[in-house]
Design a protein around this ligand. Sequence first.
Ligand code: GDP
Length: 360
Amino acid sequence: ALTIGIVGLPNVGKSTLFNALTRNQVLAANYPFATIEPNVGVVPLPDPRLDRLAEIFGSARILPATVSFVDIAGIVRGASEGEGLGNQFLANIREAQAIAQVIRVFDDPDVVHVEGKVDPRSDMETIHTELILADLQTLEKALPRVEKEVKIKKREAAELAALQAAQAVLERGETIFAAAASGELDLEHLRELNLLTAKPFIYVFNADDSVLGDPAKQEELRAMVAPADCVFLDAKLEADLVELSEEEAREMLEMNGQKESGLDQLARVGFHTLGLQTYLTAGPKEARAWTINQGDTAPQAAGVIHSDFQRGFIKAEVVSFADLSEAGSMAEAKARGKVRIEGKDYVMADGDVVEFRFNV
Ligand code: GDP
């Protein structure tokens, strides 16, 4: 399953945020496919299109796409020295497809900061450094082996060069992700090493009102982590929100000047960072969003519902959500010529409303 690993220094609010994530999952109880594990929080991806589809088709229930977060405890300054980052930590973080780093920007004299003061840049760099050191160890182990294999022509010289380029990036204290984003590094030959800093990063600024109400301060922090995405939230408020009814939660958010909860934002940004998109199906039973990769074809999309659908794929009846919503019914969308028949080479677009035809 696609998951985002949550990391951060001690006392930045990881547990608080994670409790909100898991509590949220208990509330959103109708996830038949989500295995509930103690260190995984499954968050529904907010999608108002599903409400509209349920209205059009009279669907009995709504099933949004989900994003999974794993709590990866155990990173502190110096963690990669000595015995190295814990094995369990490394195993968990390697499995994640993206890394969400929680950074403290809230001021609270009662909550001790491990580094003595609230300093987002320094916290970010501390975590980067530990992950970079872990990656350097991975590269140092891999390099002699790859060198040998190049000599005996089992590998291309370009593969060795890619590893050396990665090593140079890490040695000057940069992440592989940042170097790839700027076009300096090509990830192609690095993939099999599963380097930690090659994963996409998201930054979660655990903030208080002073930051949440200060767009200029947010811009400053956003620029600090660019090109990575970031989210501003108040972990304590998020933990309170999940205890409330939907109605009460909305009022509380409004009182805080926010339109959307931090968890909703996190799900959205996480989904985007993972390179995912959704297509939609609807009928009287349910209106549902299905998760696919950007660039997936119609048969691949069908395979997410069932592997038989992919194998026996014949064609897909597709209408964009916007066209269907405007038409107000499938019959009217058809009458307007908005429903297309697509074949096996069709590349799915986000928000396609689909019905598959297949052989069983
Ligand atoms: P972790 O070590 O990163 O998991 O941090 P915790 O979630 O345990 O939080 C450490 C302390 O900071 C706890 O006492 C939390 O109640 C407090 N805390 C977490 N988030 C916030 C926040 O947004 N604002 C304030 N004022 N305190 C927070």
